[in-house]
Design a protein around this ligand. Sequence first.
Ligand SMILES: C[S@@+](CC[C@H](N)C(=O)[O-])C[C@H]1O[C@@H](n2cnc3c(N)ncnc32)[C@H](O)[C@@H]1O
Length: 240
Amino acid sequence: MEDKEILENLGKIEIREGKERTIKSYVLRNNILEDKEKENVVKYMPKYGLFFKDEMLSYSDIFQNNNPTIIEIGFGNGETTAKMALIKPEYNYIGLEVYLKGFVQLLKTLGENDIDNVRVMRFNAVDVLEHMIPDNSIEGFHIFFPDPWPKKKHHKRRIMNPEFLHLLATKLKKGGYIYMVTDWQEYADEVLELVKGEPLLMNPFYTFAPPVTWRPLTKFEQKGMDKDYVINEIWFEKKK
Ligand SMILES: C[S@@+](CC[C@H](N)C(=O)[O-])C[C@H]1O[C@@H](n2cnc3c(N)ncnc32)[C@H](O)[C@@H]1O
């Protein structure tokens, strides 16, 4: 792909646009890349970037191995993603994020540290899961500090809702997990209840999960901690 084409393709981030647009779980801010960021895009997209295509992915083609694959939804600037990929190299990671500057930041981190087991896509996670992820194929989903949409009239924008939870569940392998962390208590309580309505999933902890040792601190987690918010961990598994 030509450099110009790479940059143009990065601009389309969802299938439905205009009137057809689905409820969005994100807002886009600061979309303009500086020259240095553009350089990183053309340098690192060929190795690390995936583009949306209405076709199921083959993880063994992408990663050239048969390791289990984890998808991270909304990785922000990807600092945590890169650290986790280094801590647990026995997994493949696909990171999905629409925030352009954060996306390019992770591309750069991956390239500069020559991290092999991560690929990234700048596209709406709902579309990617529906069109590119085979059912029963994913080891785990990571959703760290999803936008809480605190105002009641915006709750419908929350990415974790019954339909999305069901979509995640269908994509998981049996025994696979969904790991969400949030500092927004009322969102955490709401998601904890959702599992009761999803027959494919169970909560092995019945309530919030104990923190895992291998999750590095995220940028938004630090912001929550600075405000003394409680961090709640949620861990669901697909029934075997
Ligand atoms: C509050 S930030 C958290 C970032 C990071 N996980 C952290 O903890 O620092 C939530 C991120 O989710 C992304 N996001 C929200 N909805 C998304 C969607 N449908 N597809 C891809 N990314 C999404 C947003 O762009 C935003 O960067």
